[in-house]
Design a protein around this ligand. Sequence first.
Ligand code: NAP
Length: 320
Amino acid sequence: MKVIQVHQFGGPEVLQLQEIPTPKPGPRQVLVRVHAAGVNPYDTYMRNGTYAIKPPLPYTPGSDAAGVVEAVGEGVTRVKPGDRVYTARTVSGAYAEYALALESQVHALPEKISFAQGAGVWVPYGTAITALIHHAHARPGETVLIHGASGGVGTAAAQFARAMGMTVFGTAGTQKGMDLAKKEGVHQVFDHSKPGYADEIMKATGGRGADVILEMLANVNLSTDFKLLAVNGRVIIIGNRGEISINPRDLMGRRGTAKGFTLWAATESELLEIFAAIGAGLENGTLRPIVGKELPLKEAAKAHVDVLTPGAHGKIVLVP
Ligand code: NAP
């Protein structure tokens, strides 16, 4: 099978297209014929060796694949060959023609969700749902600011928060991104590249602030976020690429909370709730993954450059 492999940590050029034997599923494993693989920002941090998780080399990147079950190993009962599935992590990597996954890592993909969309399910929706439900304890009627609503996690969070009955504010850095955020559920959208936009957000909340802030770039925004919080508000740190100076007093006066998490560390019971919410939302149409760009598998290096380039518009997916 054709597969992208990384033999040494480094820039996008270390992503190499190679041919290796197609793996066979062992007990409780599933072999998925990959029709599309999602590209997430963390794939780039892992590739350059700066991520908390350093896989043994060589490795194939990617946790988010969508495709059809090709074969199942001994003891697998939840899926069978021919089933449409998306993966939430894999054993062998998603940037490939075939991916080996544990039975517990494959989940049903409804007919109405395309494979390209299916490649944008796990990390974006898993993150958005756990951020809102498990970390922010968000409630219908509350106000959420999605600070970075044009990308994979942001559009997922906009759809989910809107379906929950929250008032949804969101930001993007381009007109195209702002239009997308609005289309996917954001009630009022703001341009985070424009000076003074935080004041506009505060004004839009009637001076009350947001109950929940989902933060995609904490090293730029955390200090501002504290000032945009309502009393008892919660900032949930999803994305961060550096350091920032903050004034804790901004939190104290508001009885505010700042909390970070990684999807990797979700507990078994959180995972069950995440998969139930994703399954229901894909089925009833409230969750509709947005594919911004499809590239052939061999262009994985370009995908890694593009995913870190400003001007997000949904997901970038690789097609084997
Ligand atoms: P993505 O699709 O590349 O989107 C990035 C988002 O960040 C876009 O909406 C982008 O807006 C926005 N952004 C850029 N500059 C910003 C600024 N100054 N203020 C606010 N937002 C800004 O990435 P993603 O998949 O949505 O992931 C978002 C971040 O969360 C990444 O850093 C990722 O590594 C992280 N993440 C963490 C977890 C976790 O487990 N904690 C899970 C998934 C993702 P424009 O391009 O329109 O400017």
